[in-house]
Design a protein around this ligand. Structure first.
Ligand SMILES: [Ca+2]
Ligand SMILES: [Ca+2]
Length: 435
């Protein structure tokens, strides 16, 4: 058996050496080293100004993400179903970051072999691999040591490429005001940075979109203008995409600490400030423990309605504010003519909604088939949020999350805004870590 393993690894190594594009392989780490450089270290965060909480102009990230012409691949590790196994799933993208279908041979090796490591190809069509470790404690950062190569065709073009690691390196810190979100193999498929708070206008006159706890959210920008404000922040910055929103959502919902009963599915998922008390949106607090407002915008540590908690915790420990309530938020997604259908007489509950060809329901809310912890009958009773769609041909710009007025829940979705007209809520910017 042991000899067979050795032979298998040798075969994979030969395949790799035959097809790999080694310069691209070393590109991964250079890329992240470069990203780590500016606006991300704790030193930078200290220098960001203690007296003035706004981000200074010279803190604007100046590094440029390398452009990769043609096609590339991003690989992520999946949460293991068994403690000593990790699966790695790769997706192929065009340089415009559009997902594309790759047809060909995927091969994988472990860069720094360890005793008893085995990289098994589960599906060479989709680029899915599995590693088995006798000792689960060896699993940490395994993705960094895996190199996967691809030779085949994408859109009928011959392609040879290696993978980008979709996980940020250990110790990576996002720019001031942003938090790191673990990518999800079913959605964003790579780690990314996102504003910790709803975007705030820089009243000092720069017109920049800032992520600070102070001030009320910047509202009433159209989706088009929100997109421009985010892109003006620098290379890689953009209005949050729906798949990034979903990556946050499935991560938050999978954490017991975000449920009022402190167990997944027990009680309610924190619904944010959405009870009309007060009946307007509020600034956040620099103290993550003060996640409640009542009567006015004074930040409080508790509330009779425990589900009104505004601060959600991600699996990496990062805290993100107001994703479920306060102001609904524009995301970079439009579906005007083929909307999913909500049963409005049922309050837009997800279990009675139906997806469309363009927007399957799973793009708005997870299901059991996708995430084993999910229960498909969950609805507003669990405060997961609700769906609002108008007739086709009207609006179509997607907003997510509830507002101080109601519809609380981080999976709340509405397709009613016109892309170029002022949206009723605010917005949030995100940043790609990889091209
Ligand atoms: Ca309240
Ligand atoms: Ca919000």
């Amino acid at each position: 058996m042991h000899a067979q393993k050795k032979i298998l690894i040798r075969v994979i190594q030969i395949a790799f050496l035959t097809f790999a594009v080694l310069p691209l392989a070393s590109c991964n780490r250079n890329l992240f080293d470069k990203i780590k450089g500016k606006g991300s270290s704790s030193e930078d965060q200290k220098n960001a100004g203690t007296s003035d909480p706004t981000i200074q102009d010279n803190d604007r990230p100046s590094e440029e993400l390398p452009s990769v012409p043609g096609y590339y691949f991003i690989c992520l590790d999946k949460a293991p179903e068994e403690a000593n196994k990790v699966q790695i799933a790769c997706k192929s993208y065009s340089s415009e970051r559009k997902e594309v279908v790759a047809v060909g041979l995927w091969t994988g090796v472990i860069e720094k072999p360890q005793p008893n490591e085995e990289l098994k190809t589960l599906d060479s069509k989709t680029g899915t691999f599995q590693l088995t470790y006798p000792d689960p404690t060896q699993l940490a950062r395994v993705l960094d040591r895996v190199q996967i190569s691809f030779v085949g065709t994408v859109n009928e073009q011959k392609v040879e490429a290696s993978n980008y690691v979709g996980r940020a390196p250990e110790g990576f810190a996002c720019a001031t005001g942003y938090v790191l979100v673990p990518g999800d193999v079913d959605y964003a498929h790579a780690d990314f940075c996102v504003m910790k708070y709803e975007a705030k206008k820089d009243w000092a006159g720069s017109n920049r979109a800032l992520s600070t706890p102070e001030e009320a959210p910047w509202v009433s920008l159209s989706q088009v203008d929100a997109r421009l404000r985010c892109e003006a922040e620098g290379m890689g910055y953009h209005l949050i995409k729906n798949e990034e929103w979903m990556s946050i959502g499935v991560n938050v919902a999978s954490k017991a600490a975000n449920w009022t009963g402190n167990a997944i599915g027990t009680g309610r998922l924190f619904a944010g400030h959405s009870d009309q008390n007060p009946s307007y949106s509020c600034p956040a607090s620099s103290d993550d423990h003060l996640g409640y407002v009542e009567t006015d915008c004074t930040a409080r540590a508790s509330d009779a309605k425990i589900e009104q908690q505004r601060a959600h915790t991600l699996s990496n420990g990062a805290i993100i504010w107001d994703i479920a309530g306060n102001e609904e938020e524009s995301v970079d997604y439009i579906n005007r003519d083929d909307k999913p259908k909500a049963v409005l007489s049922d309050g837009g509950q997800y279990p009675t909604a139906t997806g469309s060809k363009t927007t399957p329901l799973v793009q708005l809310v997870p299901n059991k088939a996708l995430k084993s912890y999910w229960v498909d009958t969950w609805d507003d009773k669990q405060s997961i949020g609700t769906l609002y769609t108008d007739v086709n041909g009207v609006g179509g710009a997607l907003t997510r999350g509830g507002s101080s007025q109601g519809r609380g829940g981080l999976f709340t979705a509405s397709f009613n805004s016109e892309p170029d007209k002022p949206a009723s809520g605010g917005f949030r910017c995100a940043r790609l870590l990889i091209p």
